[in-house]
Design a protein around this ligand. Structure first.
Ligand code: NAD
Ligand code: UD1
Length: 320
């Protein structure tokens, strides 16, 4: 049994990760400011510290709650996860998504002391609008939103802290994650949860732009498998350093194609509420999963129709 700290552990991906760690008998402490996450979504076996990753004392309190001596690693997921929300408040985006990551890494990688590995959520948004070929990690980043820029800045802070402090940091560039537990009631939520919720209720789906936007949708259980494999790899790698891997399928789906797939699974034809294109929106976002497959030994294998069927199972499509 090991003990881990999960920042953002009350959120969509965080609750799935915490459940997976607890199911394997590990101890878990969570640091979450409950801005989008919900206390009730967290398994009561995990210790919750309500606090902010933008505040170093809150991070220290969470590490103390986990038990500094027995802490095996930090999964850092806390962030403002929405492109429009970060555009609306770029200062807070920077404080949480860039400086928050710097703070977590500063606490984990301490020159001359025991460092703990950090695996953290970066984003496909760092690539920006990079064309139709699947993005490899070597592609020069070109973010087009404060969210993407601050995620990239978080990567740079993590890399510099790991090199300087002798620790190990792994950035996972998640593409578009979907699955049970993503709150469909927020306009800042992921497109799949919003579309599925509206379709199931017989309401029009709010579609920004022409529906030709392409995304690489990755099922949340596959994301959790990548997070855990990256932590296992970091723990088994004694040398300090920084790695970055995409978490994606390599398959592109247009929003129009997504709507058709959802309609098939639900047996309903969709009606659309047309909305203007969203500022800061990427047109095409597809990743190349080869580097993660090679280094971590796994692939995001869940097919979209299977993942949608699980999402649409009774009781699954709601904030947990
Ligand atoms: P989420 O909003 O459901 O979860 C984020 C969690 O972090 C929430 O529980 C929230 O309350 C918490 N949080 C936010 N700001 C905080 C702060 N300042 N201090 C402490 N806690 C804070 O989002 P998610 O979809 O679960 O995303 C998790 C991570 O994955 C984020 O870093 C996000 O940027 C990244 N990511 C998500 C996707 C996706 O498609 N969902 C894709 C790429 C990257
Ligand atoms: C998503 C994630 C972000 C992540 C990125 C990685 C969320 C909320 N955001 O951003 O954390 O870093 O993937 O690739 O999970 N759309 C509509 N109607 C809606 C909502 C969205 O048409 O009601 C469209 C958007 O304009 C966009 C697409 O759907 O073209 C996807 O939007 P969204 O789910 O918000 O995700 P991203 O912005 O790609």
């Amino acid at each position: 049994m090991q003990t881990f700290l999960v920042t953002g552990g009350c959120g969509f991906i965080g609750t799935h990760l915490v459940a997976s760690l607890l199911a394997d008998g590990h101890g878990v402490a969570v640091l979450d400011d409950l801005s989008t996450g919900r206390r009730e979504a967290l398994d009561p076996r995990a210790a919750l510290v309500a606090g902010d990753v933008a505040s170093p004392p809150d991070i220290a309190a969470a590490i103390a709650a986990a038990g500094a001596d027995r802490l095996a690693g930090i999964f850092h997921l806390a962030a403002i996860a929405s492109v429009p929300r970060c555009l609306a408040d770029p200062a807070r985006s920077r404080a949480v998504n860039a400086d928050g990551t710097r703070n977590v890494l500063a606490a984990a990688c301490r020159p001359g002391e025991r460092s703990v590995p950090v695996v953290f959520a970066s984003s496909a948004a760092v690539y920006g609008d990079a064309g139709t070929a699947p993005a490899r990690e070597s592609r020069p980043p070109a973010p087009i939103s404060p969210y993407g820029a601050d995620k990239l800045s978080g990567e740079h802070h993590a890399a510099s802290a790991a090199r300087r402090g002798g620790g190990r940091a792994t950035a996972l560039r998640f593409f578009n994650v979907y699955g049970p537990g993503q709150d469909p009631s927020s306009p800042y939520s992921g497109v799949i949860s919003i579309f599925a919720d509206r379709l199931r209720a017989g309401r029009a789906v709010p579609l920004h732009g022409d529906g030709g936007q392409q995304r690489d949708f990755v099922y949340v259980a596959d994301v959790v498998a990548h997070l855990r494999a990256a932590m296992a790899r970091a723990a088994a790698t004694p040398r300090a350093g920084f790695d970055v891997f995409n978490v994606c399928t390599g398959r592109a789906v247009t929003l129009a194609g997504l709507l058709a797939a959802l309609a098939r699974v639900l047996g309903r034809s969709p009606s659309v509420e047309p909305l203007p294109p969203r500022p800061g929106d990427i047109r095409v976002s597809i990743g190349d999963p080869a580097a993660a497959a090679e280094a971590l030994g796994l692939r995001a294998a869940t097919q979209l129709t299977d993942g949608l069927a699980r999402l649409l199972a009774p009781g699954a499509l709601s904030a947990k």
